[in-house]
Design a protein around this ligand. Structure first.
Ligand code: NDP
Length: 282
């Protein structure tokens, strides 16, 4: 049976290291600051934002919250971001997505100063990642890489198959694996014979959003499985994109859902915010 890659334990370990860093910064009179901007009433976004605020507080990051009404105009939001860009107490700016339909999300994300783009979504930061000189790495893929590192997985020469090509997970995680000299295959909804691609993988990274669509018996014996997917089945149950129980028979190690990649995402946001504060304090 596969080893379980426990995201909660790793996230806790990294958060302790982040707290040590914020304690050291405080001795120099610096408190890292994260501005969290929420527009509208989306219930899931509200939950994410409050989780982020609490996580900041727990590790010694100052979080500055802006909860704006659904009617907020694009111009008003851009004015707020411009003010936060200029605020020296703010090291990171996070705009919670999705934004209401009347606001152009790309325009808003591109208005964030790349040096404060702790989500790593600005095209400048996406480009830096692709050329192998990252400034901020997007949080979920960065969390995946930390998990692989923690597991002692050396990616050089390995076959990595990424399923999903979104700008926030699939594409950046593929770029990060390539940077570590893996041979990377990126699959998506037009990919032919997904099963054959998964069967050849030493490392499978699934970021699709379809409950258990990667079948357990596609997993090569000894492969590492990182399941980014979070899918609600019925009222309460959450499952990943991979058939967890069946995949565990073949895999050497696998992330559970929940309790796998999920806890790593906010942790890497905290990490990026503290890195930003360290950079500006030098
Ligand atoms: P998107 O919907 O943006 O992207 C999904 C990707 O999956 C697309 O590239 C799509 O292909 C591909 N896809 C869809 N159907 C198939 C199929 N049948 N075969 C192969 N590929 C397919 O999702 P995200 O990247 O934002 O998120 C993916 C999952 O990860 C979701 O479950 C989400 O909830 C979860 N997630 C979890 C996070 C965490 O912290 N744990 C953070 C972020 C996301 P195409 O491009 O061709 O449409």
């Amino acid at each position: 049976m596969a080893r379980i890659i426990d995201g909660k334990i790793l996230a806790e370990k990294i958060r302790k290291e982040i707290t040590s860093d914020t304690n050291l910064l405080r001795l120099r009179g610096i408190t890292p600051g994260l501005a969290v901007v929420l527009v509208g009433e989306d219930p899931a976004s509200k939950v994410y934002v409050s989780m982020k605020e609490k996580a900041c507080h727990d590790v010694g990051i100052f979080s500055d919250e802006y909860k704006l009404s659904t009617e907020t105009s694009e111009a008003e939001l851009l004015t707020l971001i411009s003010r936060l860009n200029a605020d020296s107490k703010i090291n990171g700016i996070l705009v919670q997505l999705p934004l209401p339909k009347h606001i152009d999300s790309d325009k808003v994300l591109e208005s964030i100063l790349p040096e404060k783009d702790v989500d790593g979504f600005h095209p400048y930061n996406a480009g830096r990642l692709v050329v192998g000189k990252p400034l901020f790495q997007p949080c979920t893929p960065y969390g995946v890489m930390k998990m692989l590192q923690y597991e002692g997985v050396r990616l050089a020469g390995k076959e990595v198959v990424v399923i999903g090509r979104s700008n926030i997970v699939g594409k950046p995680v593929a770029a990060m694996c390539l940077q570590q000299n893996a041979t990377v295959t990126i699959c998506h909804s037009q990919t032919k014979d997904l099963e054959a691609k998964v069967r050849m993988a030493d490392v499978v990274i699934a970021a699709v959003g379809q409950p258990e669509m990667i079948k357990g018996d596609w997993i090569k014996d000894g492969a590492i499985v990182i399941d980014v997917g979070v899918n609600r089945v019925g009222e309460k149950k959450l499952v990943g994109d991979v058939e967890y129980v069946a995949a565990s028979i073949h895999a050497a190690a696998i992330t559970p859902v929940p309790g796998g990649v999920g806890p790593m995402t906010i942790t890497m946001l905290l990490y990026n915010t503290v890195e930003s504060a360290k950079r500006t304090s030098h």
